[in-house]
Design a protein around this ligand. Structure first.
Ligand code: HEM
Length: 348
């Protein structure tokens, strides 16, 4: 009985193979140009992998589960993305950060610390430059930026530079906290950028005076101080860089924070490329800002430290702003209604 059923099964298989052969086109049926009657050419470009890669940014199939991403079989752009992420980005980041540090160090050696000059060091009179709300917004943004930068650089360099030093376990724990910090501090950073935009945009509108300031080298390369209002051209550049790059980092960061909600895998990769490239240039720009706001220029830090600057410093660097403030009121500077100190402008 078993033998009979075995024979029957063999017969069925043989029959189906014959039927398949009869239905498939034989070599005699192929047309001269190598096409079979269905139009497919197994040796033509249509099945050439490289050709396919050039046609489609993604090659996928069909799935019946809700996650349509799982239908993605090959994503050729991913190779370019990986080359960027692993080979080019560390170089670009390294050159941007070390390059600006080198330039600032050279500048410091050549120019030294820009001194408080005319009308002489520390007049003893103070003028309020930034009120407490402005300083709060600045330092909140700055603190977040520094942590975002370090945790961001860790994405690029951590595995290469830090892991060999501290070992994989410590690095794993650190990288995890760095990632949390990166994701959560992005929010107060975005808020800080928005506040700075609202509070300072009025004083950062470009004007003709800025061009004069630039032509005079901003007092950085030459001696003496060109005229300036509350923010000089250099500070306006910093302001618009912070707002522009801040906005770009925010948008691309949000796209990555909610993956695949607005774009597909190709879009996610492009977003990451933009985020990382702007990120490293942003860090380089802010390093220059930190330099000039701290060791680069005598008296500058006070503006964001205590909020008050020496009147002599203010007159040297922002002469027109001091005049405006003095013209405005006899009781105080541009912000706040109460006088900042008994020595305040215009009590010269
Ligand atoms: C430790 C780091 C920092 C220091 C020491 C610092 C210092 C300063 C100082 C002294 C000023 C006032 C200059 C003036 O009198 O007008 C200032 C202004 C400003 N800072 Fe910072 N800052 C730091 C980080 C940052 C960061 C990370 C950002 C943004 C991401 C930022 C954005 C700004 C902006 C937009 C202004 C107003 C425009 C300008 O004065 O250039 N700062 N900062």
């Amino acid at each position: 009985m078993a033998r009979v059923s075995g024979l029957v099964r063999t017969g069925i298989v043989a029959l189906s193979l014959w039927a398949a052969g009869a239905l498939a086109p034989s070599s005699a049926q192929m047309t001269k140009d190598g096409l079979n009657p269905t139009g497919a050419n197994p040796t033509a470009n249509s099945v050439n992998e490289e050709f396919l890669f050039k046609q489609e940014p993604k090659i996928g199939g069909r799935v019946s589960i809700p996650d349509q991403k799982s239908a993605n079989l090959i994503q050729p752009q991913g190779r370019e993305y990986r080359a960027f992420r692993e080979d080019y980005l560390p170089w670009i980041g390294g050159i941007a950060v070390l390059g600006i540090l080198g330039l600032l160090a050279t500048f410091f050696l050549l120019r030294g610390r820009i001194p408080l000059d005319d009308p002489g060091p520390d007049t003893g009179k103070k003028i309020l430059r930034f009120n407490s709300f402005e300083r709060f917004a600045h330092w909140m943004t700055a603190t977040c930026f520094i942590i975002l930068s370090l945790s961001g650089l860790n994405y690029i360099f951590g595995k290469r530079l830090l892991m060999p030093l501290i070992g994989p376990e410590a690095f794993g724990a650190l990288a995890q906290w760095a990632k949390y910090a990166h994701l959560y501090l992005a929010w107060p950073f975005m808020l800080g950028i928005a506040i700075m935009l609202v509070v300072w945009v009025r004083d950062n509108i470009p004007e003709k005076l800025d061009w004069e300031w630039i032509k005079a080298g901003g007092g950085l390369v030459g001696r003496g101080h060109p005229h300036a209002r509350r923010f000089n051209a250099g500070q306006k550049v910093v302001f618009w860089m912070v707002v522009g790059f801040g906005a770009a980092m925010s948008v691309t960061g949000l796209v990555m924070m909610f993956p695949f909600s607005v774009t597909d895998i190709n879009g996610m990769q492009v977003t990451q490329v933009i985020h990382s490239l702007i990120g490293v240039v942003f860090i380089a720009g802010i390093l220059a800002h930190i330099y000039i706001g701290s060791i680069g220029m005598e008296g500058a830090y006070d503006a964001m430290g205590s909020g008050k600057v020496d009147l002599g410093w203010a007159k040297s660097h922002h002469d027109l702003w001091v005049e405006e403030q003095q013209a405005k009121t006899a009781s105080g500077p541009q912000v706040g209604k109460r006088p900042v100190s008994p020595h305040q402008v215009p009590a010269e």
